[in-house]
Design a protein around this ligand. Structure first.
Ligand code: MG
Length: 397
């Protein structure tokens, strides 16, 4: 083994600002074990080909300046159908029958613009920025670096029954990207004969020192059908949490009750509006549309449309709740504040919470209805109308 090499250009400390590495994505394998009748790198994961996810993972890393995809000679149409676009210069070349031949084709195709090259399995779409950082950092002081995880399970030898236990100490599970100084790995591949498990083996046979950098349990190589399900679960950990707010006002007019959150409160006046003027339900409805970035009540139920004249406002809220569900969101919380001097809200707040919770299809412990006066100031203080504000929280797991 050689001693670690000193760092080539670019200058130290500039790592985050400057692209330092080209990437070779090895995507020429047939990979039919995963099922689906297609090589696994072209199968879809959450609506996008595996290969497109992998390209995106590198393309968004600031240390990456170029991506070369080594594809199967017969996969031209499959590759084109992926419609991959990238920020980096992106090229595809055809690979060979064996992995090392494909890597050689990739190494020949990368430009000489960057000192490092990262060689990565196209079927590892969940590679993180941290894993890439670890490899790039180690390349400052080593000619090679690759991520791995220490073996923590006991290791057995056996066939049907256990015949022995292996010492796991010092054993690692290798991952990619495997990174190298470009000139060094080109030379190592040119000199290499016969098969190799991976590029680290090729590098080591050429006398290059390869640093072990932190791997990641999520950086799985998709091999079997069940790996797709696992990859999808791992991608879902990016929970989408949204907050929406709503505000509405209705003026008083003739009447003998006001509708608030679907509850009729006796009062010497009513609220005016195109529908039943339930300012509470309108506000919560708008908050949900807001969280979904889907406009407001007027977008979905135009006041110009006579069919909504006198409509009961639970229709609007139910529409918003259904729309949230269609988009995969769960409403986890709603908080409504009513601003008025009268009628007194307190005695009816529990009934309103219950009504709202029913319409939102969540527990009452997730629904708040509170009220405040405006100290007799402004239009609410003069009892010209009721204002309402709401905040809702939506979660898509
Ligand atoms: Mg309204």
């Amino acid at each position: 083994m050689s001693t670690p090499m000193t760092e080539p250009d670019p200058t130290p400390g500039d790592a985050d600002a400057t692209a330092q590495a080209a990437v070779v994505l090895v995507a020429a394998g047939r990979g039919l074990r995963a099922g689906g009748g297609l090589p696994k790198q072209y199968r879809t994961l959450r609506g996008k080909p595996v290969l497109a996810h992998t390209v995106a993972a590198f393309d968004r890393h600031p240390g990456v300046g170029e991506i070369v995809i080594v594809r199967g000679a017969e996969d031209g149409d499959l590759y084109s159908a992926c419609g991959i676009v990238a920020r980096c210069p992106l090229r595809d070349v055809t690979g060979g029958a064996e992995r090392h031949a494909s890597v050689r084709a990739g190494l020949a195709a990368v430009s000489d613009d960057f000192p490092y090259v990262l060689i990565h399995d196209a079927a590892r779409p969940l590679v993180s920025a941290e894993v890439i950082d670890g490899v790039l950092d180690a390349l400052r002081t080593h000619p090679g670096a690759a991520p791995a995880l220490a073996v923590t399970d006991a290791l057995w030898r056996g066939e049907g029954t256990v015949t022995g236990t292996e010492n796991r100490e010092g054993l690692w599970r290798a991952q990619t990207p495997q990174g190298f100084h470009l000139d060094a790995i080109r030379a190592a591949h040119a000199a290499h004969e016969g098969p190799a498990a991976d590029d680290v083996e090729v590098a080591r046979k050429a006398g290059l020192s390869v640093a072990i950098t932190p791997g990641d349990d999520a950086n799985i190589k998709i091999t079997t059908g069940s790996d797709f399900a696992r990859a999808e679960r791992l991608m879902e950990t990016g929970m989408d949490i949204r907050t929406g707010n709503g505000y509405d006002v209705h003026r008083f007019g003739p009447g003998d009750h006001v509708m608030l959150c679907g509850v009729a409160l006796p009062h010497e006046r009513g609220l005016q509006g195109h529908s039943d003027a339930d300012v509470g339900l309108h506000t919560v409805t708008d908050a949900i549309y807001g969280a979904l970035a889907e406009g407001d009540i007027g977008t979905h139920f135009p006041p110009s449309d006579p069919q909504w004249k006198g409509a009961e406002s639970h229709i609007f809220l139910t529409h918003a709740v259904d729309l949230a569900a269609q988009k995969g969101f769960r409403i986890t919380h709603a908080d409504l504040t009513l601003v008025c001097e009268r009628p007194k809200i307190g005695p009816h707040a529990a009934a309103m919470r219950e009504s709202l919770a029913g319409l939102l299809r969540i527990g009452m412990d997730r629904v708040s209805v509170k009220a405040t006066t405006s100290e007799r100031l402004g239009f609410t203080g003069r009892e010209e109308g009721i204002a309402a504000l709401a905040t809702v929280t939506l979660v898509r797991p």
